[in-house]
Each structure stands twice: as C-alpha cells, then as structure tokens.
Design a protein around this ligand. Structure first.
Ligand code: FMN
Length: 267
C-alpha cells in the first residue's frame, strides 16, 4: 500500500490567507520548471470532465499586443483558461461516440473545471513566491484572442491570468470579504435581515476605505443616468460592485450570440 504523503496543512492555510492579487511584476523571467510545476498543480484540481485547456505565453510582444484585454504591462506570463469542448469531442470520436449533449450544460461543466483548475494554479503560484491577477474581461476579446492564439471553434476563453514575481514596490493589502455568516449557512439558506445586510456591506465598504483602494487607483465607475452624489471619499466596494451590474458590456442575447459564433449550440 502506498502511504499517503503528509500534507503541510499549516502552509496551505498560510498561502490561502496571505494571497492577494498582484498587478506589478519584476522583470524576472519564469523558468520552464516553475511553469510546469504551476500548471501541473492546476490540473491536479478535481474535475468534472477535464474540459479546461490553458494557453500561455511568455512572449512580450504578444503580451504587449494584448494590453487592451486588461493585461498588466509588467506581466511575465499571460495565461488564458478555456472551456474546451473541441478536444472532448475528439476523445469521444476516438471512442466511437457522437456528442449529442446539451451545450449549455457542457459549458457549465467546463466553467466548473476551469474555476477549480485556476484556483489550484493560483495557490501554487503564491506558494512558489510568485503572484498573479485574474483578467475577467477576456471573453469580450474572444475574436482577437482566437486569431492570436489560433483557438478552434467550441473552445472559449473564460478568464486570463497575469503572472510573475511580485514587485514589492506595489502597495497591496489583504482585501476584505463578507463576514462568514453572511455567505455560509448551515442546513438551509438563510436570508439576511436588513441589519445583517448593512453590517456585511459595512465590513466591505469600511475595509476598502481604510485601504484607500479606489482613491489610490483613481477608480470610480461613472453613472450613465442621474446625478452622481457619491464622491471619491465615500465611494467604496458595494457601490462599485453595484455600478458594475447596472449595465452590461454585452446583453444576455449578444453573449449567447458570441458563443454561437464560436461553435456552441443553444436552442
Ligand atoms: C473572475 C475574476 C476576474 C477578475 N478580473 C480582474 C481584472 O480584469 N483586473 C483586475 O485588476 N483584477 C481582476 N480580478 C481580481 C479581483 O479584483 C480581486 O480578486 C478582488 O478584488 C479581491 O482582491 P484579492 O484577489 O487581492 O483578494 C478578477 C478576479 C476574478 C475572480
């Protein structure tokens, strides 16, 4: 019998607790060995059907070309995590089967696989002394990314990741989260009272204000309608995250259309 390896749980919890997004990186290349270690850790995550692929580049020309997708200028490695139904169908075909599955649910499974893979990879990155930040806007640039990385149909980018050795001159802090009892419920869903809601929102808002997060970065999403009564001193996370969801870059219909253009089929 193979003895299970002793897991250093304390180290794992340290990595989780201390992780924060890094947006400024040293001009220090990442070796093949480190990259392989990080990617292998990512793919050790649990999977539904291994519907996740990764494309990565260390090519600074490509990285520069992709600045518009939100890539940070000092990024050493850019990764793109994709839901990959194309490869899965090849496996099925090889086994003599035809894919007749519901694409919406396959996409859902793919998102599950991508999410778990990415978080494993991020934690491995931190454990090795590197840092990273996710890029959520990449689906908006799917056509451009498809051209650059020669992505086949039925493969769709979910999220990107900038990676590198952290530049210690960047001011980073551990960002707040909702209190646990606002997000985790035992036995059944528990709706919050108004007081609990306000208290949880206050944790987020005061936490970000104390870190001067939005002022330091000059971030404030403008309102398209009505007078903006919130100034920089009070603009904080709850307002920011609310403003993000007032309008969509894409309507629901056009996002589905984009997926269709890239080979996904929905009724
Ligand atoms: C799916 C996803 C997409 C994200 N996209 C971006 C992004 O485009 N640019 C960015 O600077 N940070 C991005 N982030 C990082 C979040 O802003 C960050 O995780 C959050 O503010 C909490 O901060 P922390 O990671 O330092 O704890 C993204 C995070 C996730 C999970």
């Amino acid at each position: 019998m193979v003895e299970p390896k002793r897991v250093q749980t304390q180290n794992l919890f340290d990595v989780i607790q201390n992780r924060r997004s890094i947006r400024q990186f040293l001009d220090k290349p990442i070796s093949d060995e480190i990259l392989e270690k990080i990617l292998t850790a990512g793919f050790r995550a649990p999977f539904a059907a291994q519907l996740c692929s990764v494309i990565y580049t260390r090519d600074q020309k490509t990285i520069k070309e992709l600045r518009q997708t939100g890539v940070y200028p000092t990024t050493q490695v850019l990764m793109l995590f994709l839901v990959d139904l194309y490869r899965h169908e090849k496996v099925m075909k090889q086994r003599g089967h035809t894919y007749e599955f519901d694409d919406a649910f396959a996409l859902w499974l793919g998102l599950q696989d991508v999410s778990l893979m990415v978080e494993n990879l991020i934690l491995a990155t931190d454990a090795l002394g590197l840092g990273s930040v996710l890029l959520g806007a990449v689906p908006h640039f799917v056509d451009h990314l498809t051209r650059i990385f020669e992505i086949p149909k039925r493969v769709f980018p979910v999220v990107g990741l900038c990676l590198g050795y952290p530049d210690s001159s960047e001011h980073t802090e551990i960002r707040p989260r909702y209190p646990l009892d606002f997000s985790a419920y035992e036995d059944k869903y528990r709706d919050s009272t108004r007081e609990e809601l306000l208290s949880a929102m206050n944790v987020m808002d005061e936490g970000y204000l104390a870190q001067n997060y939005y002022v330091e970065r000059n971030i404030k999403i403008p309102l398209r309608k009505g007078e903006d009564r919130i100034d920089y001193d009070t603009y904080s996370w709850c307002e920011h995250i609310s403003r993000k969801f007032i309008h969509g870059g894409w309507t629901k219909a056009s996002f589905l259309e984009k997926l269709r253009e890239h080979g996904f089929k929905f009724d």
